[in-house]
Ligand binder design. Structure first.
Ligand code: URA
Length: 282
């Protein structure tokens, strides 16, 4: 590197590759680490495929209740139980929001600008769960406000729904640096809050957007292509009956793979039909 222009060029390239956060005080030469030490969670891009999970489930309440979304080996000892205690102590969404903002068991909080808790109407019948905040969401502290959020808004509008009729959150409350895929340990740390989140909102219909949300909450290794468009009865602690749950493609995946929009449209019509049935019968 000879002059400032080369350095500026290098920095621009880093940002394009998603390397846009400093996460340590000193640089680490990873080429000198032994193989086991090089498994750096910051080194992969976020994709729309599910994390490794322990078991598969059939779409029945009993199996969903029994399913554990990530293998125990991936859970940092002490962190998940701490989160579970805090999450279950929250009696309202406001308390849960405060508990999440104060929770120190997920390292992503240190690199994030804001905690991204939720948006929309907590009294809505429809709840949607995505993967994790991206750059815009991190900046504004609101889920789904970037490009994929705009597509999500258009998808919902196509079935007559806006954010006053939906409640939106994510599996993770903090942005993974560079929008990389969340690690199983990060997901496990946040999961008790997400489960409590569902129990406090009590949605009539839950939509899991993308492979990470679907595999985490359904506790399955099946990919989103197989999971989407099917109804599951999701048992959630604190709720006396299972939540009608469906998975669909993540909007950011649809931005990259527009040929999948036809299937997403079918999922949206299925969701709309279910909501109309619920409205008629209640
Ligand atoms: N992608 C998500 O999964 N969630 C957001 O909030 C934004 C992008």
């Amino acid at each position: 590197m000879s002059d400032a222009r080369d350095w500026a060029e290098l920095l621009r390239w880093y940002v394009e590759m998603g390397v846009d956060e400093a996460i340590g005080e000193v640089p680490v030469d990873r080429t000198r680490l032994r193989p086991a030490q090089t498994a750096d969670p910051t080194s992969t891009d976020r994709r729309d495929s599910p994390p490794a999970v322990a078991r598969t489930i059939a779409p029945s309440p009993a199996r969903a209740a029994a399913a554990r979304p990530v293998s125990d080996a991936t859970i940092t000892p002490g962190l998940a139980p701490a989160g579970a205690g805090l999450a279950n102590a929250a009696a309202t969404l406001e308390e849960l929001g405060r508990a999440v903002a104060a929770f120190e068991g997920c390292a992503l909080r240190q690199t994030a600008t804001n905690t991204v808790f939720a948006d929309g109407n907590p009294a809505a019948r429809l709840m949607l769960i995505g993967e994790a905040p991206g750059g815009e969401e991190d900046r504004l502290g609101k889920p789904f406000v970037g490009r994929s959020g705009q597509l999500l808004d258009r998808m919902l509008a196509a079935i007559g729904i806006d954010r006053t009729a939906a409640y939106i959150t994510n599996v993770l409350y903090w942005r993974p640096p560079g929008n990389r895929k969340p690690t199983p340990a990060e997901i496990a740390a946040c999961l008790p809050f997400v489960q409590r989140h569902i129990a406090l909102v009590r949605p009539a219909v839950l939509v899991l957007c993308g492979g990470t949300a679907a595999s985490t909450l359904l506790g399955t290794t099946e990919g989103i292509t197989k999971l989407r468009g099917r109804w599951f009865d999701l048992a959630v602690d604190g709720l006396d009956r299972p939540v009608k749950t469906i998975a669909t493609y993540h909007p950011s995946y649809l931005l990259r793979s527009p040929e999948r929009k036809r299937e997403a449209w079918r999922d949206l019509l299925t969701i709309q039909e279910e909501l109309l049935t619920i409205n008629k019968t209640s």
